[in-house]
Design a protein around this ligand. Sequence first.
Ligand code: DOR
Ligand code: ZN
Length: 454
Amino acid sequence: MGMRVDLDMVVSGRRIVTPHGVRAGHLLIRAGTIAGVEDSAAVVPPGVPVLDAGDDYVLPGLIDSHVHFRTPGLTHKEDWAHGSRAAAAGGVTTVIDMPNTVPPTLSEEAVYAKARLVAGHSLVDHRFHIGVDPQRPELLAGLDPTVATSAKIFMAGHHTAPTVLDDPGRLEQAFDAAARGGVRLVLHAEDGGLFALLDRWWGQPRNYLDYEPRRPRTAAIAAVARVVELVRRYGTKAHILHLSSAEEADLVCAAGAAGLPLTFEVTGHHLSFTRADARRLGARTRLSPAIRDQADQDRLWEAVRTGQAASLGSDHAPHTVREKTRSVRDSPPGLPGVQELAVAVWTGMRRRWPDEDPDVAAVRLARLFATAPAELFGLPGKGRLETGADADFVLLAPDVTWMLSAPQTWSKCGWSAYEGWTMTGRVRRTVRRGEVIWDAETGSFGRPEGRWLR
Ligand code: DOR
Ligand code: ZN
């Protein structure tokens, strides 16, 4: 092959993570896309800047399909300038943002309005999950796929999830309409009616450990069972978010094996913490669905290892320290995570399975946190390092250990549940469509020219 002219950059490395496995080689970058993947640098004309990845893994830019960047209306907790920096520093080049803002994103007009607010503020490319309007679930049947291809349903509510679809008839309408519109539902699957019952039964919580018994697995399992039934009836594509218990994992796996288009996501927090951490971390590890027991965490890791889990998502849900330190009764659920997810999962994989070939772990991370979200949510050109794809990639130094502290985190909320953790693996560089948006060496970011992916 002859010289390749007009190249903007070449990434050379020994561990490039492609859809076909890990290989040595050279990624040729032109005009923000991957113009080729070559064995030899002989095709590169002199003068083209070379980014030498050395022994770092070169992973596809990570795709976090579950973030709450709080625009509009809740920007005291997070905004796109901060949230997208946290994303870039965590190796994430594309996010899909949730609709529980103020006002909520319940219509195509609201999605357009949000996109206008975000334009010029995001380092990363983005897409939006539209929210299902409890009063008009039938809107999903006619949803314009260039505006949204996925819709979020909160089956149970809490502080930051006021728009709840808990009426059985309307829920059924939503599944029906989504199936007709070809929309994938993403679900917060818990039964709020059971929570209300249990709150009355138990009375006020006195300490942070009292939270999980009031928000138990029973309610999550009941809701997932309901979703299985609705998917069976309507054939709706559905993705259960932040799956929390072993029983739910078994149910969804069984449904998938039976041919139903039902999948699930696992978050970094459910993989990293257990209910007992609330003793030390209080409200920091409070989230909805609650973090459960060691056996559940083990089951979720198993789902990650085997690929039963379809995707990893951060559920990046920042609240201010002030909000989190309200009384035990009133502290809102949610924690930041878009910056921590890749390294927390990498750390977990290396510790749990020290004898595993790290290449296998890298391929798994790319699959669950890039390729699969791109496929689930229809993001062409994303999630794979191959010719023709967007030049989104991240350099991960696999063996560097370092301690996470709050000043290194970029979310506007300014804290992390992982403070004090010794992490294995460091995001050294993040590149979005050929532009460096995070350089850990200099601690600098690129320009906020992330695009709305339509
Ligand atoms: O813990 C949570 N926090 N769960 C949710 O479903 C929403 C999120 C938030 O927006 O704070
Ligand atoms: Zn969420």
